[in-house]
Design a protein around this ligand. Structure first.
Ligand SMILES: Nc1ncnc2c1ncn2[C@@H]1O[C@H](COP(=O)(O)OP(=O)(O)OP(=O)(O)O)[C@@H](O)[C@H]1O
Ligand SMILES: [Mg+2]
Ligand SMILES: [Zn+2]
Ligand SMILES: [Zn+2]
Length: 633
């Protein structure tokens, strides 16, 4: 049988399993057994997020729900979840405010909203996130609304839930006309959210911001049935199909919110404040939903600068969503966008190509620090968790505290991806490298019409920085590939150094491994390594002793001390290896007419880059040529 047919069958069964129908009396038993089915929309969203797991990394909570799509936004997301959703889930007042995500263009705002919608849809299909509504209610309202007000305190005590809101006009009529007030017989069904089917998830996009009709939100008179029922206040002559109606119990996204007419907005905001809204000629209609909108900083400033909007501020809660500020996370963003792009998906992206672009964009988003000895490059590295000479993790916290709105401007991720695509088109190859990317970014600046000279200067300087950082990497990468089995060479040199240091500190002699002859410690060798990291003649003894202490500490803990265990020693070893190799590499890579030996060596290097370091033939050869030219300078 065709596989898809089996899948279809399985899918149908799953859908059927989600179906449940019973009476209100049955529903009360369900609530009694698991009160969470009656939780508020905000609580359901919060529990959905938490259900995916929470980790704590360096004092920042990481909500795993977001981790597949969003990178480097942990702090902003922690704030969003804790200050809005968690507080609202506990029925604090923020729940009555509209959530407004504020951040720069392409910074992930829409992605957050979409994730919440899709996440909630999926959650309502689980046991944990299940919810129920009055059957046939256009707002799939909470069946507990059926309980008359005087009986609610008692019901709340017995069921352990809060009951808020009143029956919608249509259900009121239905209860009277069809059930003569016997609410326990009213049919209840399980509700599964689906934006596609307009259940529990809605998106409102104003068609004309200036003359927006509120009925798109709150429903409208049904002119086809009004003659039949004779009155506009008969709920059967009204269609409760506005976006607010259908998104009841779930999430409504409000696009372009700050662009709509103020009167319209007022209408909406009073809704969220009171937990109910006015539709047609009806008494107030209860609503329980998360309303989320997004905007950029400029638009928001203009909005609050307008005196007439003043009263609206207190009804909105603003959550900043800044750009990511970590280079390694920016790389992940580009990787994601590339997977989604038809143009770039199938080409080879050379190692470090995305990294240089990331440095460029992150630098453009950073603000200068007043800290002594700090510059943007160091700041960039510290933010990314790299070690930078004299600075400590505590300094990173201080750096963050220096500017409250860092990351609210700068180069956006989409721009970079667009530049990379256009570079591909121009270059016409199947591989794109770091230099191509930097060139494309530079050309982008040249052809950018609306950019000031000052900003252009600044951005060009970031391209230059990214280029310098890459040059260092390029040299290292080629030199490493030149040393056959780099690790082994490093380890040999390291062992050799340690043997000598040990003999030196203990006033001993070494044995020549071949002749068995006794020898003095090799001072030249030790110094040639130590000098690489600036250990002076006076400091060498202390340095060597410190190494020995480290070794014994490691030994006591049963750990092996290798050349990676000591950051500075490792740097020294690598530099020494590179220094020894430099001439070979320089000559081999830059000669116009290589001899057979050199050709063999070069082929090996390219092979190694391809097999072990993620290069393709094209970028491996480019790298070797480029490193050669750098070493010749
Ligand atoms: N921090 C991030 N992590 C992962 N992806 C990101 C991040 N920031 C932006 N993106 C990606 O960049 C693209 C643009 O983001 P999105 O559309 O969500 O931004 P936005 O803030 O809504 O922008 P706009 O203001 O233009 O509406 C999306 O594909 C998004 O996933
Ligand atoms: Mg958007
Ligand atoms: Zn109803
Ligand atoms: Zn390549």
């Amino acid at each position: 049988m065709v596989k898809i047919l089996q899948e279809l069958e399985r899918y149908r069964q799953q859908e059927q399993a989600l179906h449940w129908e019973g009476t209100f009396a049955d529903y009360l038993r369900i609530v009694k057994a698991s009160p969470r089915v009656a939780q508020s929309a905000h609580a359901r969203v919060y529990n959905m997020i938490v259900s995916h797991g929470v980790e704590e990394v360096n004092g920042v909570k990481r909500y795993r729900f977001f981790e597949r799509e969003l990178f480097g936004l942990d702090r902003a997301l922690q704030r969003l979840v804790e200050e809005y959703f968690h507080a609202a889930a506990r029925r604090l007042d923020v729940r009555k405010r509209i959530l407004l995500l504020m951040g720069p263009v392409s910074g992930g705002k829409s992605t957050i909203v979409t994730m919440l919608k899709r996440g909630l849809e999926a959650y309502t299909r689980t046991d944990e996130g299940a919810l129920y509504g009055i059957k046939g209610c256009p707002m799939h309202e909470e069946p507990l609304h059926l309980i008359p007000a005087p009986l609610r305190p008692e019901a709340e005590r017995e069921l352990g839930v809060r009951i808020e809101g009143t029956l919608c006009p249509q259900c009121q009529l239905m209860v009277q006309e069809e059930y003569g007030g016997r609410v326990e017989e009213v049919p209840v069904e399980r509700v599964v959210f689906s934006e596609e089917r307009r259940i529990g998830i809605g998106t409102f996009t104003p068609s004309d911001p200036k003359s927006q009709d509120i009925s798109e939100l709150t429903g409208s008179i049904d002119f086809s049935t009004i003659a039949q029922y004779g009155s506009e206040s008969d709920p059967r002559a009204y269609r409760f199909d506005g976006e607010l109606n259908i998104a009841n119990r779930g999430v409504m996204e409000f696009q372009e919110m700050l662009k709509v007419d103020q009167k319209f907005l007022w209408h909406l905001l009073s809704l969220s404040q009171e937990g109910n809204f006015k539709a047609g000629r009806f008494a107030l209609i209860s609503a329980d939903e998360v309303i989320v909108a997004h905007t950029n900083e400029e638009e928001y400033r203009a909005f609050i600068a307008n005196k007439r909007n003043e009263a609206l501020h207190s009804r909105i809660i603003v959550m900043p969503i800044p750009y990511n500020l970590r280079v390694s996370d920016e790389v992940r963003i580009y990787e994601k966008l590339i997977r989604q792009s038809d143009v770039i998906r199938d080409v080879h992206v050379a190692p470090h190509a995305l990294r240089v672009a990331s440095m460029f964009s992150v630098l453009s988003r950073l603000k200068e620090s007043k800290k002594q000895g700090m510059d943007l490059v160091k700041k960039m590295k510290l933010y990314d968790g790299e070690e930078v000479e004299e600075f400590k993790p505590k300094d990173v916290e201080e750096l963050r505290a220096e500017h409250s709105n860092e990351g609210m401007s700068g180069v956006d991720p989409r721009y970079v991806i667009n530049r990379i695509s256009s570079a591909l088109v121009t270059k016409g190859t199947r591989c794109i490298g770091p230099l191509d990317v930097l060139r494309a970014l530079k050309e982008g600046l040249d052809s950018h019409p609306s950019i000031t000279d000052e900003l252009k200067e600044r951005l060009l300087s970031f391209i230059a920085i990214a280029r310098r950082e890459y040059d260092e990497t390029a040299k290292k990468e080629v030199q490493k590939a030149f040393v056959y089995s780099y690790e082994e060479a490093a380890r040999t040199l390291f062992d050799n150094y340690l043997d000598n240091v040990e003999a030196y500190c203990h006033w001993q002699k070494l044995k020549d491994p071949v002749t068995g002859e006794e020898m003095e410690p090799d001072e030249r060798l030790m110094r040639s390594i130590e000098e690489q990291i600036g250990v002076s003649e006076n400091a060498k003894k202390a340095f060597r002793e410190e190494i020995l202490i480290r070794i014994s500490t490691y030994a006591r803990r049963g750990k092996t001390f290798d050349y990676r265990s000591h950051e500075r020693l490792r740097e020294a070893i690598e530099k020494k290896l590179f220094a020894d190799m430099k001439d070979v590499v320089r000559i081999t890579t830059s000669t116009k007419t290589p001899d057979p030996d050199q050709i063999k060596k070069l082929n090996e290097v390219v092979r190694r880059l391809v097999d072990e370091h993620g290069y393709c033939e094209v970028c491996a050869n480019e790298l070797v040529r480029y490193a050669g030219s750098l070493l010749n300078r």
